[in-house]
Design a protein around this ligand. Sequence first.
Ligand code: BGC
Length: 251
Amino acid sequence: MSTVLGIDIGGSGVKGAPVDLSAGDFAADRHRIETPAHSTPANVAEVVARVVDHFADQLAPDSPIGITVPAPVRHGRIPMMANLHEDWEGLEAESFFSDRLGRAVTIVNDADAAGLAEVQFGAARGTEGVVILTTLGTGIGTAIINDGVLLPNTELGHIEVDGHDAETRAAMSVKENEDLSWKAWAVRLQRYYETMQMLFWPDLFVVGGGVSKKHEKFLPLLELETPIVPAELKNKAGIIGAAWLAAERAS
Ligand code: BGC
């Protein structure tokens, strides 16, 4: 099974691409559709189905699909949701999407998927010890991986820093909404990463999310003992990680 579809459900867009798992890269250009403003599971599933249809002739009939969500996922169920409609809370998401799409579906937290992809194919490949991947987007997602093994569902974008839920001060969306300069945003990132460092002492931080393309604007402003590097797979990581995990589960 070398080509598997990965889909990333985000606060602003639903994006999918077939992933060539031997190369750890997209096998075709990604397809993106806006996330419905009324982002209930049923409305989002319609959009996901359109993404699947777009690639249908490139997929084996029995190939599984990996889908990321911006929420923790415990054995296929979503216990809480910060950035999509509240109807997601308590959803048995794996069976819901499998029924809707007629395929085996693996649902995984978006940052966990990105972390797995960076460890398998990207910036953290071959790193010994503890890697913390953070995604800076609508919220802040985190993945902790120790010697290749994921500790799933860490919600460390929500740790309290200076009396605030960290992602409400330091996510990329906050930079945009408050029109912060790179320097002003970096002050908030500094507080976030130094708190994470003090609590976890990882061997490496990997910074993902779309903004990691512009890492030279903010990573050099951070002063940390822990090495901090941009994600190599950039905003492809979630899709690649979801496809990789779906294939692992199916094998
Ligand atoms: C969610 C996480 C998610 C992150 C990035 C947070 O608000 O609670 O589950 O990984 O946003 O999307």
